[in-house]
Design a protein around this ligand. Structure first.
Ligand code: C2E
Ligand code: MG
Ligand code: MG
Ligand code: MG
Length: 280
């Protein structure tokens, strides 16, 4: 086969490419099976306010692969996004997140859940009706659900984005702009987007206390968010210095990061919240 392909380095290169493509193809096939086979898991990462009170969690999907172990979303979400798979995967995540949110513990303590959306999922014609149906069938309070979208999704089709966000707002669902500051959208978009929250990307949070440039960027984001009345979540908070930098400038900020807890299996997160007998 190497000879036919031209031999030498070119053949070696092609063979390498073939393996990567094969691996991708295998994962795609296995992922298609995984969704129905119950191999997906939800992990939750706590969000807390500056007083240390729990305000909710972000839902992060994992794949419990029978051979490869726990596969992180960075590996399989891009594969799912290249096919229609992301739609059924996204629906699975949303349905199960609504199921969690319907647990009395969320309602009683007014704890929120944030769910990540892919562009392809959000663009589906039936997306908003699907959210409405999943909320209704689960009994979850729409006002406790936040959907996270990225800047890339927003600029892709601005009019459709705004229309869908308005419909979701009518349901009572909040929209958060994830990884804020890393995309190419202009600050002017914020003026026209019906969103309720932004998440400062962890790359800015990381260096804010030590790098003057990142510090100024974070201050700018906080000031813009305050002006527009947006809730702010800081992602990737790992040190007390980062938390202090943020709370000194935004006392109503919400932290998410290893300093306050790693993502953990949903059952484990819930068990810490309520005694086992209280779980429905
Ligand atoms: P994201 O939405 O920005 O999620 C935050 C990521 O940062 C998570 O990675 C989380 O584990 C990680 N993280 C949290 N705190 C810290 C910290 O203090 N330090 C550092 N270094 N990292 C921290 P994860 O779980 O691997 O997820 C990666 C990405 O995969 C997510 O980024 C999100 O874009 C995507 N993703 C996860 N679940 C879903 C899903 O259900 N649907 C879709 N479409 N995408 C998802
Ligand atoms: Mg997110
Ligand atoms: Mg993020
Ligand atoms: Mg990020």
């Amino acid at each position: 086969r190497a000879k036919q392909a031209g031999g030498g380095r070119a053949a070696f290169f092609e063979q390498g490419m073939g393996e990567a493509a094969e691996q991708r193809f295998r994962l795609e096939r296995e992922l298609r099976h995984a969704i129905g086979a119950g191999e997906l898991r939800l992990h939750l990462q706590s969000q807390v306010n500056v007083e240390g009170r729990l305000t909710g969690a972000e839902v992060l999907v994992r794949w419990q692969h029978p051979r490869d172990g726990l596969v992180p979303p960075g590996v399989f979400i891009p594969i799912a996004e290249e096919s229609d798979l992301i739609v059924s995967l996204g629906e699975w995540v949303l349905a199960h997140a609504c199921g969690l949110l319907a647990q009395p513990a969320f309602h009683e303590r007014r704890l929120r859940l944030s769910v990540n959306l892919s562009a392809r999922q959000f663009r589906q014609a039936g997306f908003v009706p699907q959210v409405r149906a999943l909320l209704a069938s689960s009994g979850a309070d729409p006002r406790l659900l936040t959907l996270e979208v990225t800047e890339g999704l927003v600029i892709e089709d601005f009019d459709d984005t705004v229309a869908k966000m308005r419909e979701l707002a009518q349901l009572g669902v909040d929209i958060s702009l994830d990884d804020f500051g890393t995309g190419y959208s202009s600050l002017a978009y914020l003026k026209r987007l019906p969103i309720q929250e932004i998440k400062i990307d962890r790359s800015f949070v990381h260096d804010a206390p030590t790098d003057a440039d990142d510090g100024v960027l974070v201050e700018g984001i906080l000031s813009v968010a305050r002006h527009f009345g947006l809730r702010v979540v800081a992602e990737g908070v790992e040190t007390q210095a980062q938390a202090d930098f943020l709370s000194q400038r935004a006392p109503d900020i919400v932290y998410q990061g290893y300093l306050f807890g790693r993502p953990e299996p949903d059952t484990q997160w819930l068990a810490r919240l309520v005694p086992a007998e209280a779980l429905r």
